[in-house]
Design a protein around this ligand. Sequence first.
Ligand SMILES: NC(=O)c1ccc[n+]([C@@H]2O[C@H](COP(=O)([O-])OP(=O)(O)OC[C@H]3O[C@@H](n4cnc5c(N)ncnc54)[C@H](O)[C@@H]3O)[C@@H](O)[C@H]2O)c1
Length: 311
Amino acid sequence: MKIVITGGAGFIGSHLALRYLQQGDQVLILDNMSTGKRVVKGAEFAQIDILDQVSLDRAMKAYQPDIVCHLAATLGVKRVIEQPLMTWETNVIGTLNVMNSAREIGVKKILNVSTSSIYGDNDRNPKLESFAPNSDEVYSISKTSAEAYCRSLFEELGLPVVTVRPFNVYGPFQDATPYGFVICIFIRNLLEGKPLTIFGDGTQIRDFMFVDDCVNGMMKVVNSGVDGEAYNLSGQRPIQILDLAHKLQEMIPPTKCREIDFAPKRPKDIYRRWGSSKKMEGLGWSPKISLDSGLVKTIEYFKQQSDRRPG
Ligand SMILES: NC(=O)c1ccc[n+]([C@@H]2O[C@H](COP(=O)([O-])OP(=O)(O)OC[C@H]3O[C@@H](n4cnc5c(N)ncnc54)[C@H](O)[C@@H]3O)[C@@H](O)[C@H]2O)c1
């Protein structure tokens, strides 16, 4: 099969590309390299911005994919607050462009990668797919709108698009800069002997999933998901951020620094969020990798990275 992966040079997209290649499929990565850094060996690559409809159409027409996995997005708490317009453009207009291109060439299946952030801050956990979106934060608004457009294109035009809503994904190759995500930032800081910063009191709860589980879930939904539907991809391992910090401090000894700085809670931070995997279990998927073993693999990767850095 021929697979196009938008955002395929990014963290999750590059793992997805590798898995498709490993199972013998052909992969074309479309990415503007704004945050993406990893074009896996064996994949074809075109540096294209999904806001450039003409180039996108040209690349899709030339490649004639069977499947389009759409992951290109603007994300990250810091980045989306700094760039709300770009967040809207990439995540909503860009998604419409990708759907349009895919429709023009009649692909068999489109995977729209959304997010669990759309559930917003309500106290009901675990989140079910039937819960109404409930967020007024820049990133979630854009992802909610993109999902709504995809559903509408399915209902009105029969576009074969299915959506996944991953919870917090982590693993090797994730961004560990201040624009990145909590597990990788904590690991990098511990390896560098720097204090960990927690926004709020650390009792907030997140649902972490190792990237391999996420990728398996995405491929399962491409194969067996029902068009027009949305599926949670939840790690089923909710943990308080303070407990996560302590766990990582234990796992990365001896560090020069065991401090935790408590910074004020960020205004739109969600307090507690974890997901139900029931709907995915119906497709025969559940996460397999424990938090501890996923963390070991991730720490190993960042250790190798820091060993390679000069000085
Ligand atoms: N990382 C998580 O925890 C998580 C959780 C839920 C959902 N998601 C979703 O998964 C997808 C992948 O996220 P990720 O963590 O791999 O992030 P990432 O930033 O590593 O990957 C995004 C990729 O999209 C590319 N991109 C951005 N704007 C583009 C544009 N205009 N045109 C072409 N390419 C563009 C970037 O260069 C990058 O390679 C996103 O849709 C994100 O919303 C991620």
